[in-house]
Design a protein around this ligand. Structure first.
Ligand code: PLP
Length: 286
């Protein structure tokens, strides 16, 4: 059992005390939402955007009112201090609570882990030529994926995503790309996808029920600022097979070039590295 400090419903607890009631819908039915944020030198990045996504999901999915962003922000500081962490990954989870009580209250917890253990091989390995991240190997998940309404929310009902990640790990890859029954590539099991070809960047639209990734939104904004043409459109498998380059975005891995997709090398890195540099400037300025 991990012995790290967890902020749970207002208190710092550890070990067996970091427990959720079996009557909580978060424990019974996957009725919980989460946010995963990267912390740079003690400061969570893009806090506002993560809180907006969480509060909107809570409202759309009929959750009781979660703890206020200010309360959660203080909880993040408490956990980071208790664990002595500066560069870290924070996870905030809010459940639909125990039904029946009036008012129904969420359960909420905040936990943090050192960044190092959470970086993918392709993120933490350096590229020999430019010193940037080496880039991830991605596979195509063999299970057709139909996210439906829940795809737009970061819920703890993650089994389908986790099984895809396990397919990737079994193949020695960092990420599994999810493909719809119609043969459109949607996103990674834990990241949003961008493909580069014909002088433009294409990323699947949110109407495909992909997660509205915080890093995706920032990357789209950076493309506009840097004058990189970008289109939100479906990515048929054929487009990915012909792509000159591809990259994924995720709060922890940032903007990460894909070194290969399904065994085919995608060595183009220029656009992903430009975006990564701009993203890190944004982090530094935050
Ligand atoms: C399915 C899925 N898509 C995309 C992302 C990337 O989202 P963000 O940029 O907000 O970290 C995640 C993050 O875990 C995810 O689970």
């Amino acid at each position: 059992m991990p012995d790290r400090a967890v902020w749970l419903n207002g208190r710092l607890v550890r070990g067996h005390d970091a427990a959720l009631s079996v009557f909580d819908r978060g424990a019974r039915d996957g009725g919980a939402i989460l946010e995963t944020l990267r912390v740079y030198a003690g400061r969570p990045f893009a806090w506002q955007r993560h809180m907006e996504r969480m509060v909107l999901s809570a409202a759309e999915l009929g959750f009781p009112v979660p703890p206020s962003p200010a309360r959660l922000r203080a909880a993040v500081d408490e956990v980071l201090a208790a664990e002595g962490l500066g560069d870290a990954v924070v996870r905030i989870t809010v459940t639909r609570g125990i039904p029946g009580g009036r008012p129904v209250r969420t359960s909420a917890w905040v936990e943090a882990e050192p960044l190092g253990g959470r970086l993918w091989v392709g993120t933490r390995t350096r590229h020999p030529a430019d010193g940037g991240p080496a880039g991830a190997r991605a596979i195509l998940s063999l299970t057709p994926f139909a996210p439906g309404l829940l795809g737009r929310h970061k819920t703890t009902s993650r089994l389908a995503y986790d099984l895809a990640r396990e397919e990737a790990r079994a193949a020695g890859a960092d990420e599994a790309l999810l493909v719809s029954p119609a043969g459109e590539v949607l996103e990674g099991a834990a990241s949003n996808l961008f493909v580069v070809g014909g002088g433009e960047v294409v990323t699947p639209p949110l109407t495909a029920d992909v997660l509205p990734g915080v890093t995706r939104a920032i990357a789209i904004g950076l493309c506009a600022e840097l004058g990189i043409p970008l289109r939100e459109a479906a990515v048929p498998l054929e487009m990915l097979r012909r792509a000159e380059a591809a990259f994924v975005t995720n709060s922890v891995q940032e903007v990460l070039p894909l070194a290969s997709v399904a065994g085919r090398a995608t060595p183009g890195r220029t656009i992903a590295l430009r975006l990564l540099a701009a993203y890190r400037e944004r982090v530094a300025a935050d």
